[in-house]
Design a protein around this ligand. Structure first.
Ligand code: NAD
Ligand code: 13P
Length: 422
């Protein structure tokens, strides 16, 4: 039988952490995976620290060279040893060309350009998992990055999201995550994926991908997160590969320190990861104002209500409220992000220093990118176009504070209305 080849597209703080996890697992499951994992790195010049080589000079080196030589991403995940079977590659096309599983893990502002380069250059039967936290807002409306990637590349793409501050996981401190994956059955003998949660530990994944007798393109269209027919024509996985189902995905992502729960609600998992970043900014604002834990809890409560409401209002066909309230991707990610995420920390510093959040991002994050600020603006333009801003007072307040139209002191009054409206 053939083995799955894995490529990680992106190599930031979370990209490298996920790459470390999957490279550890490909070695442990040689029956399922080729041990080598390719990781696309947006090439940059870096200076090698003396702690890695006493003879290091101030000369610039390529980041890919440093990762492949010293097995560390010194810029985006310093002081963490990466597995030797993880190979940094500056060409996204080369990194992805023979992968059956593509893991997309980069800031959402760069995904369009990456998909343009990958289009037509990947295996037609590849599958994707998006670890990106954000939503895609365009003139046509709103879509999930998993859907956008799937449509752009003609593949099925699921989603991974959870209470996952990358640095803690890179240090192998225990956490949980949620993987949502529900490809349409490519063989009519298979039952369609269930709408129910399917914890992997039961070993009874309901969303399995059947390997067909041949691998011609099938005109198999599934319903997207809004219940509309997806544009994607899926090419079935050839029969000599292990099925790419919840069990295989758990084998790839589950570690003793990283516990995976598998579900079918791709919209709920993706939306939670995107929307909680707006709430984390609000938590940072009130913390920066010195208001303490009660205010932060109030922001989290209202934020969770707006997240659930958003899912129900705009993705009602597929989203499950329990994903927001019971999964790591939902409430747990909201809590961790509001306690220690970058969006929270930058928003707090911005208020303390009286400067824009973007400026803190530029000066404090050493090239890492915030997702909450762009998501706040994108979600706002989507809500505004539908006359729905007033029904999402916390999301709207964050957008207005970022633009200087409101102050943190206005938050209590603005969200007080939401207690009645939601
Ligand atoms: P990051 O913010 O650490 O790093 C930025 C990345 O962007 C770097 O790899 C850099 O090389 C790349 N980059 C810079 N300019 C680029 C360009 N022009 N084109 C392409 N790439 C460019 O990234 P991250 O933390 O790995 O975030 C990836 C996704 O993971 C985001 O959606 C984020 O919300 C999500 N996430 C992050 C964490 C975390 O703790 N860091 C945890 C969970 C999810
Ligand atoms: P930040 O991007 O705000 O650091 O959030 C990280 C995260 O998504 C934790 O689950």
């Amino acid at each position: 039988p053939k083995k799955h080849k894995v490529a990680v597209i992106g190599s930031g703080n979370w990209g490298c952490t996920i790459a470390k996890i999957v490279a550890e697992n490909t070695v442990e499951h040689p029956e399922l995976f080729d041990p080598e994992v390719q990781m696309w790195v947006f090439e940059e010049d870096v200076v090698l620290p003396k702690r890695l080589d006493a003879a290091a000079t101030d000369d610039k080196l390529k980041l890919t060279h440093v990762i492949n030589t010293y097995h560390e991403n010194i810029k985006y995940l310093p002081n963490i040893r990466l597995p030797v079977n993880l190979v940094a590659n500056p060409s996204v096309v080369d990194a992805a060309h023979d992968a059956t599983l593509l893991i997309f893990n980069l800031p959402h502002q760069f995904i369009g350009n990456v998909c343009k380069q990958l289009n037509g250059n990947i295996l037609p039967y590849a599958r994707g998992i998006s670890c990106i936290k954000g939503v895609n807002v365009s003139d046509d409306g709103i879509s999930l990055f998993s859907e956008w990637i799937g449509d752009a590349l003609g593949i099925y793409c699921g989603s991974l999201s959870g209470a996952n501050l990358a640095t803690e996981i890179a240090l192998e401190k225990w956490s949980e995550t949620t993987i949502a994956y529900a490809p349409p059955p490519v063989d009519h003998s298979e039952n369609p994926p269930s709408r129910d949660r399917t914890p992997n530990r039961s070993g009874t994944a309901t969303s399995s991908e059947v390997t067909p007798r041949d691998a011609h393109t099938h005109d198999i269209r599934h319903l997207d997160a809004k219940g509309q027919a997806s544009k994607t024509k899926l090419t079935p996985l050839p029969a000599d590969y292990p099925p790419l189902d919840h069990n295989t995905l758990s084998a790839l992502f589950h570690r003793p320190y990283f516990h995976v729960s598998t579900v079918t609600d791709v919209a709920g998992v993706s939306l939670s990861g995107a929307l909680k970043n707006i709430v984390a900014l609000a938590a940072g604002f009130v913390e920066g104002r010195g208001w303490g834990d009660n205010a932060k809890a109030a922001v989290m409560r209202v934020g969770l209500m707006e997240m659930v409401q958003f899912g129900k209002e705009f993705f009602s066909e597929t989203v499950h409220t329990t994903t927001f309230t019971e999964e790591s991707a939902g409430v747990a990610d909201l809590i961790t992000s509001c306690m220690g995420g970058r969006n929270f920390r930058c928003a707090k510093l911005a208020i303390e220093r009286g400067v824009p959040v973007d400026e803190v991002e530029r000066t404090e994050l050493n090239g890492q990118k915030l997702q909450g600020t762009t998501t706040a603006h994108e979600v706002n333009s989507f809500l505004k176009a539908r006359g729905a801003e007033s029904r999402y007072p916390l999301f709207t307040a964050v957008h207005d504070i970022l633009l200087g139209r409101h102050k943190v002191d206005d938050i209590p009054q603005l969200v007080a209305r939401s207690a009645h409206n939601i």
